[in-house]
Every structure is written in C-alpha cells, then in structure tokens.
Design a protein around this ligand. Structure first.
Ligand code: SF4
Ligand code: SF4
Length: 386
C-alpha cells in the first residue's frame, strides 16, 4: 500500500518531544527502516535512524542563493529548519543502482541475477509538504505511467510517511507560491506540527488507517481547540515568511512565447552546467545506464545512474549533441520544469523547495530568472529587448 488517501477524519492528538522516541521505536518494532534528518558534515541530511536522539534538535540552517549555513537555535526545536541538500529521491531512486548482473555458465547461456527487493519497507520521518508533492510527481512518472520502474516500485511499496508541517521556511523556499506547502494535505500516514509557543509539543494527525493505528500506540492526549489553532498558526506564519515568491500565472505560456528571450544568454554566462540543481531537485528523474564488463570472470553488469540535462552527452544523438550550448541546456531545464512538464505530466515539475537556489554554486535563482523573463515578456517579438 502506498501512503496517501485519507481514510476518514481521525481526531488529532498531542504528544511531547519525548513522543518522538516512542514514534521511532514503534516504527522500528513494526519492521520499518527509519530514515530521517540528522546533522552530518555541516548540514542537516537524511540518514537511517536508530533512535530519536539522532534528530537535529536545537539546530537550524540559514539558506540563501549559493549559501547554506548550519546554526544553533536558542531553543530545543527538532524541526526548526526547512529542507536540506538531500531529498527522499535518494531513497526511492538512488544515485546508483545495479539493475542486473549476468554471469557466464558452462552451458554458454548467461545466468541473469537481479537485485533482491529491499528486506524492509521504508519509513520517512520528517517529510515536508513540498517533498510529499515531489514524491507524488515521481510516482506519476515512475509508477503510474505507461512503464513502471520496477526498482522504484519495490522501494516505494509500503513506505510509511511521517510528514512534518513547516514552521521555519528557508530563505530560498517558495512552496506557498507553488501551492505545495507549507502544510501537508495528503500523502502521509501521520503529520506532525511542532508547536513552540507555550508548552513544546507536537500536534499529530493521522492520514491513513495504519497511521491512526500507530498513533494509538504513542503517548498522546486529545488535541484541544487551542492546540489545533496553534498548529495552524505555525504553518500560516511560515506561509507568510517564505524566503522567495513566484508569480506562477501561465508559466507554460510565458516560457513558450519567450524561447528567444535575451535572459537565456545572460544566465548561460553565469551557469557552470555543473548539474547541481538537478541533483538536489526532488523531482528530477533523468537517468542513464552504464554497462560494466569484467573480462576476468566473464560477468557483465548494468547500472542505472542519475544523469542531468546539463551534461552535453545527455542529448547526444547520432553523432552530435542536440543541446550544445549552456544557453540551450539551461533553457531546456527551466522550460521543462515550469512549462512542458505540465503537458507531459499534468503538473508543474517544481514544488518550490528552493534546493536548486541554495546549492547552485553561482547562486542562479529560478524565481529571479522567471521574474526577469516575465518583466520583459513579449518585448523580444516586438524587437525591444536584445
Ligand atoms: S544553474 Fe547553477 S547548479 Fe544548475 S547547472 Fe548552472 S551553475 Fe550548476
Ligand atoms: S526546480 Fe528547484 S525549487 Fe523547484 S523542485 Fe526542483 S530544486 Fe526545488
């Protein structure tokens, strides 16, 4: 079962910070591999957790274009930060995956070995609303289209999702503009809102039957009207304090009629075509395959690896690359994310997480680029902008 549809209204409950320990234990007891945020290498990253003690309590991160800085908070908030460099994509669509291994046999017919499915389902602890939307986008592409990505389906199956509603948006977040946050509406089994005003507590809502079942096992009390109001105040305040905003009015149309906008050349002068933006993006799903042969033992392996549209080889067809210039490659990325993704998959390819802005080494900002194109919309055709 994939986490998702609500199964009916389940009354919200409230637990103290110690309830997080019980939550992690309950997930481990039920056989999940729990992955959540932790501090490592100067950032809040996602990793396997064995207890709630590993959560980033008392930490936050300041984010701006090309800037990420881990900082101490003045309180004990556990989720007082926004998204980090990792996304859940690395769990469901890992950067490198062996698809199969072929070994030679005495009879001459190769023996094909496929990787075993994961031994335990995954529990995501701390998925933000923008990331739930990103997972839904990847599901649409990799599970619900004409072709199902088997490895993705195996990793995604039975995943338990504990969402965390955002109270501290990052300096590069713009989910409120994209309609993807900061409060999770669906796609979770449990959703937590951390309230710091007054008593430090978590308001917990169930989004599925198994979420409700797990909630009953946690040390909670019923939520009062004050608790619910405080929970909504947290996300209303976050929505009002977004680091970035984006006018999303007819972005596909805007981009389609501005293919020759001079801004594309301006961004190409700055873009390193490093692909960082696509690697950190929770919706980008482009991959390539690598075949590896071992002449010593006669085996062969096929690996699926993340690839990026910023690589000149990515559009290599019949002796040449279709997108030779950085201008063409950046334009392809931005137009796909915000424009033609709608035609292909019925949604935007961007969920407003801001990662591509924070982790671009030269600070290229999609909200700034789109605003600049909108500011001179149509002027190219009229011969005004050069
Ligand atoms: S926009 Fe930034 S992160 Fe993306 S390829 Fe260009 S330089 Fe790299
Ligand atoms: S394009 Fe940038 S802001 Fe949008 S989902 Fe990808 S990384 Fe996040």
């Amino acid at each position: 079962m994939v986490a998702g549809a609500r199964t009916g209204e389940v009354a919200a409950r409230v637990m103290g910070p110690e309830g997080l320990g019980a939550l992690v234990e309950a997930l481990l007891e039920r056989g999940y591999r729990v992955v959540g945020p932790t501090v490592r290498d100067g950032a809040i990253v996602l990793d396997e957790l064995s207890s709630a003690d590993e959560l980033p309590q008392g930490w936050t991160a300041s984010q701006e274009a090309a800037t990420y800085r881990l900082e101490r908070r003045s309180d004990d908030a556990v989720f007082g930060w926004a998204v980090g460099p990792h996304s859940w994509k690395q769990e469901f669509l890992p950067p490198r995956t062996r698809l199969w291994r072929a070994s030679s046999t005495d009879g001459g017919v190769p023996e094909i070995e496929e990787p075993a499915p994961p031994d335990r389902p995954l529990a995501l602890l701390g998925a933000r609303s923008c990331d739930l939307h990103a997972i839904a986008i990847q599901d649409r592409v990799l599970l619900e289209g004409r072709y199902v990505e088997r490895d993705y389906a195996q990793r995604r199956e039975d995943a338990f999702v504990v969402a965390v509603n955002c109270g501290v948006p990052g300096g590069t977040c713009f989910c409120a503009s994209m309609g993807t946050g900061p409060r999770a509406g669906k796609g979770f089994d449990l959703a937590l809102t951390e309230v710091l005003e007054g008593e430090h507590r978590f308001v917990v809502e169930a989004g599925s039957e198994r979420g409700a079942e797990l909630l009953e096992a946690l040390p909670t009390r019923p939520a009062t009207d004050d608790d619910l109001a405080a929970s909504h105040a947290v996300t209303d305040d976050a929505a009002a304090r977004m680091g970035r905003r984006l006018d999303t009015t007819d972005l596909p149309g805007l981009l389609a009629r501005n293919r020759e906008h001079p801004r594309w050349a301006g961004v190409a002068d700055r873009c390193l075509t490093c692909g960082n933006c696509t690697l950190v993006c929770p919706t980008c799903f482009c991959t390539s395959v690598e075949d590896v042969n071992d002449l010593a033992d006669g085996s062969a392996e096929r690996w699926r690896v993340w690839d990026v549209c910023f690589s000149i080889d990515y559009s290599y067809l019949h002796g040449g690359s279709v997108r030779r210039s950085p201008r063409a490659r950046y334009r392809q990325w931005l137009m796909h994310k915000f424009g033609t993704w709608h035609d292909q998959f019925g949604t935007s390819g961007c969920v407003g997480c801001g990662r591509c802005i924070t982790w671009c080494p030269v600070g290229i900002d999609v909200t700034e680029e789109l605003a600049a194109i909108r500011a001179a919309d149509g002027e190219v055709d009229r011969g005004i902008a050069r």
